[in-house]
Design a protein around this ligand. Structure first.
Ligand SMILES: [Fe+2]
Ligand SMILES: [Fe+2]
Length: 367
């Protein structure tokens, strides 16, 4: 069993002799001194656990064993017995001596023994507390590390998921584009017309302040506007010159065929594509086909696509016409405001004019 070492520094020999005799019976090793020099020698040579000292009002700092002990040993516990509890004395003792307990008279053997016992308990508990505190600190650091690792794993998986969503999006877009090229192959084997219509519709939507999601969807949906032409015969579709009334009635069917192809989809982008297909030949003044809808009864996606589609048709060479210069095409769109086209869409188109012109030049449109 560990023997606790206690140093008494005192004048009252009888009281401390009796106390020392009693404590030695209880497995304490006691030194009792009244000389500061001898006390310091003991502190330097022994691992003293507890120091008990009287403090008198007349003591100088040199007489204060606690302040010496603090410099020599930082982990011993100090019990100060203060006969005259003067404020200035107490302040000095506490400031200089690292006091564990300050005891005032009357001092009895039992009172001091109890204090020493409490000090011993405190010394025994301290390493366990330190160990626990270290364990807690260690566990906390481990938790932080694990948290950081977890964050890295989540970030990596989120990035992988985003990449894979992006890939699925790209694949869908690519599939739609290639199917459109197939459907348009007879009069546009490059798919450039539908690509430009999608881009132009997006730019107009953006300039009209429509939502980001709408702009994204219309860029994918607008290129499908003429998907129904897949069901129209070559003799009419590729006929040079003007169409007669019968031809025109046949051409009109591309709206019905296209809407039928896209009917019943649960995907918003295909639902938008269906309304574009169905209504892109309606006119703001109600003179379009197939239903003769007027004004805002025509879905906004179809009103925007109508402008983008006609603008591209004007700017491109077709079997029955030469291409217009961009300025000329813009002028025609402007003239049709309130008649063929929604004025709000034409306003958006004019705001987007510079960006659309830049797009056409970049794509080297066949103008
Ligand atoms: Fe059409
Ligand atoms: Fe078109």
């Amino acid at each position: 069993m560990k023997q606790n070492k206690i140093l008494f520094f005192h004048n009252n020999c009888h009281f401390f002799n009796t106390l020392a005799n009693e404590l030695q019976k209880e497995n304490y090793h006691i030194w009792h001194e009244n000389s500061i020099g001898n006390s310091l020698a003991i502190l330097n040579s022994e691992d003293i656990h507890i120091i008990v000292s009287e403090i008198r009002k007349t003591d100088t700092n040199e007489d204060n064993i606690f302040s010496h002990a603090r410099k020599i040993k930082s982990d011993s516990l100090h019990i100060a017995l203060v006969e005259n509890p003067d404020f200035s004395v107490i302040t000095d003792i506490i400031n200089n001596g690292g006091i564990w307990h300050l005891a005032t008279p009357p001092w009895t053997l039992q009172k001091i023994k109890d204090l020493i016992f409490q000090a011993v308990c405190s010394l025994e508990v301290k390493p366990k507390k330190d160990e626990l505190s270290n364990d807690l600190e260690e566990a906390y650091k481990k938790l932080i590390d694990e948290n950081e690792n977890l964050k890295l794993v989540i970030n990596r998986q989120t990035n992988e998921l985003t990449d894979s969503h992006q890939q699925v999006d790209n694949l869908n877009y690519e599939m739609i584009r290639r199917l459109l090229i197939a459907s348009e192959y007879r009069d546009d084997d490059t798919g450039r017309h539908v690509f430009r219509v999608g881009k132009t519709a997006r730019i107009i939507s953006d300039c009209m302040g429509l939502s980001r999601e709408f702009c994204h969807q219309i860029e994918i949906a607008a290129p499908m506007h003429d998907i129904g032409k897949i069901g129209i015969t070559d003799t009419i579709l590729l006929k040079p010159g003007a169409l007669n009334e019968n031809d025109f009635e046949t051409i009109k069917k591309h709206v019905v065929i296209g809407a039928g192809i896209l009917e019943g989809s649960e995907y918003p982008v295909l639902q938008m594509a269906k309304e574009i297909v169905q209504y892109h030949h309606e006119k703001w003044n109600g003179e379009g086909y197939l239903c003769g809808l007027q004004g805002e009864a025509i879905p906004i996606s179809a009103r925007i696509t109508a402008v983008a589609d006609v603008f591209d048709a004007l700017s491109s060479k077709r079997p029955y016409k030469e291409s217009f210069a961009l300025d000329k095409s813009i002028e025609v769109i402007q003239k049709e405001t309130n008649r063929h086209f929604d004025p709000a869409v034409v306003e958006g188109f004019l705001k987007a004019e510079r960006e659309i012109s830049r797009l056409y030049k970049e794509l080297e449109a066949d103008v």
